[in-house]
Design a protein around this ligand. Structure first.
Ligand code: ADP
Ligand code: ZN
Ligand code: ZN
Length: 731
């Protein structure tokens, strides 16, 4: 019998393989278990690696195998369940397992730190501190004064003063201040006080059907119109899971939605809830990770990357707004969190509930074919009624600065009736183009094939693709005349127009520019909910999940672009966006109204959406996709490449095609290479090659062989390339 003696480690490098090492001299192989971390010498650096498997033999000659430096964990830090998910992710998305494993660890653990619980420190005054008189040390006195009313954490101290750490240390040494560590997750005092609502008949069916399948892998699609009470269904499903002492994983598309959802969950359940998203600091991230790994956090709520959360005792996965594109990671390992969530549910044998008012065509196809069980909520819960949708024909009434007369008229009506108005325009900035009326010149980004956007308040031109910016010029860059005009509308310009047109109304703009500072978005959303804001103008940040009960009119200012985009998902995404934005209207007691400004009031998609709703449009779009053989009726992968030299990316992809044509694969179509729709970005020329097949099974072996070939190709080291499996868009 062969004896295990080799560690096969996932090392964070862009090479898709495991690396063989001997155990450190002082560690017996019987004490080595998959999921432990090791420190190893790799090339000239030290790296933290995770043990994936043990082996008896290596392909390397014995004298080439190095000895690992150190074992970093006694108990495996990644469970067998997570390792299995890591292997699946690596294989499916053709991404090196060493990097996939990194996605599963908070930063502190990636760098090899020991796993130990770290709560937040708070400082408070001791009894002597309360009496202290420190006139000679003003900085210390400032701290003591600040602590008189309440204990403060580092974050709170940072807000009140700078460089407090040294004086704090002195105060501690004098015994005037005490430092204590809070447990990293706490349950707030009012948690669990709210009662469940009495479910309506449709909700009860959904709850019962899913609850019956706890302990088994069954995927469900919950298709429920906005405001139909999907979240209430989630809440009532969590109860039986908690009763069985299991954990629930809830994935959401947006950070901005988490506070709202978390507080709703806290009101219902008095259990520790871990939150995972990119807005956390490292301490909070580590805390959430650990509490979820130990099982102390009963509910784990997070965005995309939380699909990799360590869960000791998972009982149910819920993916809210499952159609949302932000579940797809667009760099590095390009995974789709919804799809991985389904894989995880199947590996762990728990049910998974995908919820949406506008399901993705992928999930709908799975529901129609019986792979997923399809549940419906067709009525709005509570008193709210569905909004009425109408179109404003821009050919008949030319808009003034982006707003048609009919829109202004309706706005006045709703405002006079104490309703709030939400205007949606998916373009931030003041205007998308700066144009010379004398010679036709437009201000372009020097690094991209794109115009720069005019930002009025900052007086700058910015490229929204690469971040390039410069001051807005006074004169034309070509002819030197001073006849420059800003063409078209962005949210910043509409805000100005509104301020001039409605001087007595409170206008709030919500887009990436107006919410850059921490807390700004929350504060603006709160002012809307409290009814302080009359008119909201914003980008798609407004479209998702927010509950504004007093909004009675929603206006869509410009949607025509989505009707004619070349991308195969554009119409699906437009239909979803329209329904989601429209869903912001009339969520309270008052009826809602939706007005769509368009030059295309006869467009079949718009007509069908208004008359028959999203489900009907989705069926039409599915039929079209089947006809042309695109997802979900086919599988796509894209090889993308970019290079500074003009044709290098195309040349490289042509080499890929030449190579692939010598490989014995049938039923795989190669489309391209072609230049990317926006060929130059950040000074690099970009190209892409589309690989298409009927099923993933058919392409999997090809992709698995392609990745090592790309890694080994000489030109491949000069161009930047990436593989995108199941790409969201072809842009
Ligand atoms: P969705 O998640 O589908 O948008 P929510 O769960 O947020 O819907 O429900 C919309 C509103 O209706 C919320 O204010 C919620 O409290 C209320 N609601 C949901 N279910 C019920 C119910 N069964 N009875 C009364 N109110 C309900
Ligand atoms: Zn000019
Ligand atoms: Zn640019």
């Amino acid at each position: 019998m062969s004896v295990l003696r080799i560690l096969r480690l996932a090392v964070p490098t862009p090479l898709s393989k495991l690396f063989d090492y001997y155990p450190p001299a002082d560690v017996d192989i019987v004490n080595c278990h998959p999921g432990q971390r090791f420190q190893v010498s790799f090339g000239r650096s030290k790296k933290m690696a995770v043990l994936i498997q043990l082996a008896a033999e290596s392909d390397l000659p014995a004298n080439k195998i190095k000895v690992a430096d150190k074992q970093l964990d006694i108990k495996p830090i990644l469970s067998a369940e997570l390792l299995r998910l890591a292997r699946w992710t690596s294989r499916y998305y053709q991404h090196p397992i060493g990097e996939v494993v990194q996605l599963m660890l908070p930063l502190a653990l990636r760098s090899g730190e020991a796993l130990q619980s770290r709560g937040e420190s708070v400082w408070s005054l001791s009894n002597t501190g309360k009496e202290a008189d420190l006139k000679r040390a003003p900085k210390q006195q400032q701290i003591v004064t600040a602590l008189q009313s309440q204990p403060l954490s580092a974050g709170e101290l940072n807000q009140r003063m700078s460089s407090w750490r040294t004086p704090m240390k002195l105060l501690r040494e004098k015994g005037l201040v005490l430092e204590t560590e809070l447990p990293c997750l706490t349950v707030s005092q009012n948690a669990g006080k709210e009662q469940a609502k009495k479910a309506n008949a449709e909700q009860q069916v959904a709850i019962d059907v899913v609850a019956e399948k706890l302990g088994h892998f069954v995927p469900f699609l919950l298709e429920g119109i906005t405001g139909s009470g999907k979240t209430e269904v989630y809440l009532q499903l969590i109860e039986p899971v908690l009763k069985q002492a299991q954990q629930v994983l809830l994935l959401l598309p947006e950070i901005s939605l988490t506070p709202q959802i978390v507080s709703r969950f806290e009101r219902r359940f008095a259990v520790p809830i871990a939150v995972m998203h990119s807005g956390l600091n490292e301490g909070q991230r580590l805390c959430a990770w650990q509490m979820s790994a130990t099982g102390e956090a009963k509910i784990v709520i997070g965005t995309r990357s939380a699909v990799f959360a360590p869960l000791k005792n998972l009982g149910l996965i819920i993916v809210d707004e499952e159609h949302d594109g932000s579940f797809k990671q667009q760099e590095g390992c390009r995974y789709h969190a919804r799809d991985l969530a389904v894989v995880r549910a199947s590996q762990t044998e728990v049910p998974i509930l995908l919820g949406s008012a506008t399901p993705s065509l992928e999930s709908l196809k799975n529901a129609l074919s019986g792979h997923y069980r399809h549940l419906f909520l067709k009525q709005r819960a509570a008193a709210a009624r569905s909004p009425r949708i109408r179109m404003l024909d821009l050919r008949a009434q030319k808009p003034q600065q982006g707003l048609a007369a009919g829109m202004l008229h309706e706005m006045e009506k709703h405002l006079d009736n104490q309703g709030q108005v939400l205007l949606f325009l998916n373009r931030r900035g003041f205007a998308p183009v700066l144009f010379c009326q004398a010679c036709g010149w437009m201000a372009d980004c020097p690094r991209c094939d794109a115009h720069t956007t005019v930002h009025h308040r900052s007086g700058r031109l910015r490229c929204h693709h690469c971040g390039y910016e410069r001051p807005k010029p006074q004169r034309c860059g070509q002819c030197g005349e001073d006849q420059l005009v800003a063409l078209g509308q962005g949210t910043e310009r509409i805000e100005q127009v509104l301020l001039a047109r409605f001087p007595n109304r409170h206008v709030v703009r919500i887009d990436r520019d107006s919410t850059r500072r921490k807390g700004e978005l929350e504060q603006k959303l709160a002012s809307v909910k409290k009814g302080e804001a009359d008119i909201l103008i914003g980008t798609q940040m407004l479209a998702k999940g927010h509950h504004f009960p007093n909004v009675t009119l929603v206006g869509l200012l410009d949607i025509d672009q989505g009707l004619f985009s070349a991308d195969f998902r554009a119409q699906e995404q437009l239909a979803q966006l329209l329904v989601q934005v429209a869903g912001r209207a009339g969520r309270g007691e008052k009826a809602g109204e939706v007005l769509i400004q368009t030059h295309q009031p006869d467009h079949p998609l718009l007509l069908q959406l208004i008359k028959e709703g999203y489900a009907a449009v989705a069926k039409t779009l599915l039929a079209e996709r089947q006809l042309v053989g695109f997802p979900p009726f086919a599988r796509l992968a894209i090889v993308r490449a970019e290079a500074v030299a003009e044709t290098q990316a195309l040349d490289f992809l042509q080499q890929v095609v030449d190579e692939l044509q010598t490989w014995p694969f049938e039923q795989v179509q190669l489309l391209g290479p072609v230049p990317a729709p926006m060929e130059r970005r950040l000074g690099r020329y970009r190209a892409q090659l589309l690989i298409k097949a009927d099923q993933h099974k058919t392409v999997q072996p090809l992709l698995a062989a392609l990745r090592p070939w790309l890694e080994a190709n000489r030109l491949g080291r000069k161009v930047r390339w990436s593989l995108d499996i199941d790409p969201l868009d072809l842009l």
